[in-house]
Ligand binder design. Structure first.
Ligand code: AMP
Ligand code: MG
Length: 494
């Protein structure tokens, strides 16, 4: 048999199956981009379970070879590195962007046949880098790894994290930091901003190509339907309504819901200054640059609708030949969003409260619990978890007569359910997490990794986050809110 080069053999034995359908789109959609050379890459973390799900096996490779692979130094055979073009409304302002510090290696075909994007984040400048260096620091890349894997374990649609490597080179922000690259796995990286990018060029032929490509990849049931672009809009709105409801139900705050950070696939994407809320308050904001609270917890549902309106605008030329008619059709679909969102959210809240029936007063019952939590500064996650226990919640906070009054109403309401309460509680424990990535725990894990090269704290945190619905003795430390988080701030991962 003819000898194949050694690297090729090693690559193929890993299980990569690249397709690269995005690179076959017209050139306006991307620019070729090569990862920068990095002298001394080292593996910080590899997601073995995800690798297995992807049909990939790195066990027979040396640690150096694995580090080199995830630093973009030895590209997998069949990959074709590009940077994707996109635009976006950032804090409401339209800008042409593109992958300034991310390189798409291509799409890997899963054992199931589904395609997933394999992207290196922080692998050096691309033609879209503008004044940026194209690099990323270890802390923010590990942060994305932690939060995205936590979201996955919670059952929320999200991009995944396959590996983080340090590059061996420094990146300069306010201070000197260790450079790092995250390997991100996504259903795709097609964003609202991708549509805005083609729309801004008034290029209807390519807009149609992008829409068809996206429908094929993410909404294949629509391919042959009449009015498919209007149905596409409706389907994207539906997935976003469901996604944002899921965020609200666990207290996840994305932090930077610009239109370039909203994926058409319906996955949570671009983890930057995101964080989970502790004490319930709709105005909660962690991002250091979100002064006006545009992306506050309570604003997320409305911001999603605003973003979806920008998406709808891009599709108008495809929806109907007459603009007036297209606007009327798109508006009608967009106007369904608030009700759709509420439907998903209320269904989720009923589950959190152990309710199977639907009653007219349920919304008000939920709202009055939230009102109490807000005035009592009660921990969002733990309150729901405490309500999921078989015994009455204990602690000073629950002595509050306002809480007692609410609890009695809830008990009355539950009296009209046929499910025995022990079963209801068990079901509640399956939807009300005991463990979320608490900000102080995330910071502690990042500090150990960044300052002491100690990844053990991170691994313990990840182990607790992998089974969020189990309250075990060993994950008790991860269930507690911080003693004081006044002034806790998150920063964009730049
Ligand atoms: P983000 O806030 O991470 O969603 O990024 C917004 C835009 O800025 C995207 O187009 C990024 O590619 C770009 N960007 C962020 N950081 C950098 C960087 N260090 N170098 C180049 N481009 C960047
Ligand atoms: Mg982004």
């Amino acid at each position: 048999m003819v000898d194949v080069n050694a690297l090729g053999v090693e690559q193929n034995s890993m299980g990569w199956r690249f397709d690269n359908s995005y690179s076959r789109l017209p050139e306006i959609f991307f620019a070729p981009a090569k990862p920068a050379p990095f002298g001394a890459p080292r593996l910080a973390i590899l997601n073995q379970r995800l690798a297995k799900e992807l049909g990939l096996d790195f066990d027979r490779m040396s640690p150096e070879a694995v580090a080199s692979l995830f630093a973009g130094q030895d590209l997998p055979s069949g990959s074709q590195p590009i940077a994707q073009g996109y635009a976006g409304h950032q804090y409401g302002n339209f800008t042409m962007l593109g992958d300034g510090r991310a390189i798409l290696l291509g799409e890997h075909r899963l054992p199931s046949g589904q395609l997933v994007d394999i992207q290196l984040k922080g692998a050096g400048p691309t033609p879209f880098s503008r004044r940026g260096d194209g690099l990323a620091a270890l802390g923010p890349m590990l942060r994305e790894y932690i939060i995205s894997e936590a979201m996955f374990a919670l059952g929320i649609p999200t991009t995944r994290s396959l590996a983080v490597v340090t590059t061996g080179e420094a990146v300069f922000r306010q201070t000197r930091l260790q450079g790092a690259i995250l390997t991100r796995v996504a259903a795709s990286h097609i964003r609202v901003g991708t549509f805005e990018y083609v729309s801004a060029r008034q290029d209807e032929a390519n807009l149609r190509l992008l829409a068809d490509y996206t429908i094929n990849r993410h909404y294949p049931d629509l391919v042959d339907l009449p009015d498919k672009y209007l149905k596409f809009l409706r389907a994207v709105i539906d997935r976003q309504a469901s996604l944002i409801a899921r965020w609200q139900l666990v207290g996840f705050i994305h932090g930077v819901m610009n239109t370039d950070n909203m994926a058409i696939s319906g996955e949570t994407i671009d983890y930057g200054p995101c964080a989970f809320m502790n004490a319930y308050h709709p105005d909660t904001v962690f991002s250091s640059i979100d002064h006006a609270g545009r992306y506050a917890y309570g604003n997320q549902p409305a911001i999603a609708q605003w973003n979806l309106a920008r998406f709808a605008e891009t599709l108008l030329p495809l929806i109907a030949p007459e603009q007036k008619e297209a606007i009327a059709m798109a508006t009608e679909v967009l106007n369904q969003y608030p009700a759709l969102f509420e439907q998903y959210w209320l269904a989720g809240m009923r589950a959190k409260l152990g309710l199977l029936n639907e009653e007219a007063g349920d919304l008000e019952l939920v709202q009055s619990l939230l009102d109490w939590m807000q005035q009592a500064a009660a921990d969002f996650t733990n309150t729901f978890r405490d309500l999921s226990a078989d015994e009455l919640p204990s602690g000073d906070r629950y002595e509050d007569p306002d809480f007692r009054a609410w609890h009695s109403r809830w008990q009355l309401r539950r009296g009209r359910e046929s499910r025995p309460s022990t079963l209801a509680h068990a079901a509640m424990r399956g939807v009300n997490p005991a463990v979320i990535p608490r900000n102080h725990r995330v910071e502690e894990a990042l500090a150990a990794a960044e300052d002491h090269d100690d990844l053990s704290v991170l691994h313990r945190l990840l182990a607790a986050l992998a089974t969020p619905y189990e309250a075990r003795a060993d994950n008790v430390p991860y269930q507690e809110p911080p003693a004081d988080e006044c002034g806790y701030r998150t920063f964009c991962g730049t």
